[in-house]
Design a protein around this ligand. Structure first.
Ligand SMILES: *Cc1c(COP(=O)(O)O)cnc(C)c1O
Length: 362
């Protein structure tokens, strides 16, 4: 057996065990290929089959309509902070950014380098502890796009609705930390992007799902590697793709398909997060930081009465093999990241450990 510990890291994060086991089995030689995925040409039949299956399985899993392209890029979600405005923020238009936390702010900073931006719906006054209501959102008529962050990894909040943007304005979503954690209506978005290392696989590959008509906005003067149209025309094979990442991401998608798809994983995620929030709400010893209606199913953020108590909890939890519970350095406290692959029994064990801690210190 293994000595794997419970990994609550926000990213890179826990991977599904069956995926790790298959990667291990296939590592020396892919069945029928005689080499590993890291050693074959990205122009070879076997790799074309791998990237083709990953795309087809994503289409099946998320019901991606035919008029959307699926791209496997590099540079993380952070490069998308730049690529989105470079490709979509055309001359004379404004890009609207919904300000829900640290990552939204980083995305906005890059857009400002490209063109005119407008910030709306900021919940900064309450430390981004909630998602803005519809009546707090004011969009620019004829905006180039509206940018949202579907799950705020650091602050522990998540959109549980799709914001109502004007009909002709595409919605762009940074879904890095909650993509495929439940059913998603792709047709409501113009573009969705996600770094893989939270819910999709290893770091090094970034998934982009883009509505085809938006490709027409990419200017020919853009640098080749920063141009969505080039990547779309070349099936994500303009240059050498992150082959190992694409292969492993494909296995994660197959794992989701084999386990009830997005509705199936959503039920598990609701149960897992439900158990943890129930414990946080039980006595008042813990203080969950996100507003109830905005709580994330992926990143559960909470505090204790003093920083000393928090330090003691994190230290004792780490010693008991609950790793990665320290909150982001920008906000402090604790954060349990419980992405798709985080096992439910790990939640049960953490809850039991929290009860013991409370009995000792409460
Ligand atoms: C982690 C994260 C990012 C940054 O991702 P990289 O792949 O490291 O660039 C951006 N946005 C959100 C919401 C994230 O959780």
């Amino acid at each position: 057996m293994t000595n794997r510990i419970y990994n609550f890291s926000a990213g890179p994060a826990v991977m599904p065990m069956p995926v790790l086991e298959q990667v291990q089995r296939d590592l020396i030689e892919l069945p029928g290929v005689g080499m590993s995925v890291m050693e074959i040409s990205h122009r070879s039949g076997p790799f074309e089959a791998i990237i083709g299956a990953a795309e087809a399985d994503i289409r099946t899993l998320a019901g991606v309509p035919d008029n959307y392209k699926i791209l496997f890029l590099q540079g993380g979600a952070t490069l998308q902070f730049s690529m989105v405005p470079m490709n979509l923020l055309t001359e004379g238009r404004t890009a609207d950014y919904i300000m829900t936390g640290t990552w939204a702010d980083k995305a906005l900073k890059e857009a400002k380098r490209v063109g005119t931006t407008h910030e709306t719906g900021s919940t900064a006054d309450t430390n981004f502890n909630r998602i803005p209501r519809d009546d707090e959102l004011a969009f620019t008529p004829g905006a180039a796009y509206v940018h949202m962050t579907s799950n705020n990894t650091i602050e522990g909040t998540e959109w549980h609705r799709v914001p109502q943007v004007p009909d002709d304005v595409p919605l762009v979503s940074d879904a890095s930390s909650d993509i495929f954690s439940g059913p998603i209506d792709i047709s409501k978005y113009g573009l969705i992007y996600a770094g893989a290392q939270k819910n999709l696989g290893p770091s090094g590959v970034t998934l982009v799902i883009i509505r085809e008509d938006l490709l027409a906005r990419s200017s020919k003067s853009l640098h080749t590697m920063l141009n969505y149209t080039i990547h779309a025309e070349n099936g994500s094979l303009y240059n050498t793709p992150p082959a190992f990442g694409v292969y492993t991401l494909g296995l994660v998608i197959k794992w989701l398909l084999a386990n009830g798809g997005l509705a199936g994983i959503q039920a598990v995620n609701q149960r897992k997060a439900g158990k943890l929030y129930a414990e946080l709400d039980r006595t008042g010893f813990w203080t969950p930081t996100a507003d109830k209606a905005s709580r994330s199913l992926m990143n559960v953020t909470f505090r204790l009465a003093t920083e000393d108590l928090e330090k003691a909890f994190i230290k004792e939890a780490t010693a008991a093999n609950f790793d990665g519970l320290k909150g982001h350095r920008a906000v402090g406290g604790m954060r349990a990241s419980i992405y798709n692959a985080f096992p439910e029994h790990g939640i049960d064990e953490l809850v039991a450990f929290m009860r013991e801690f409370e009995a000792k210190r409460g």
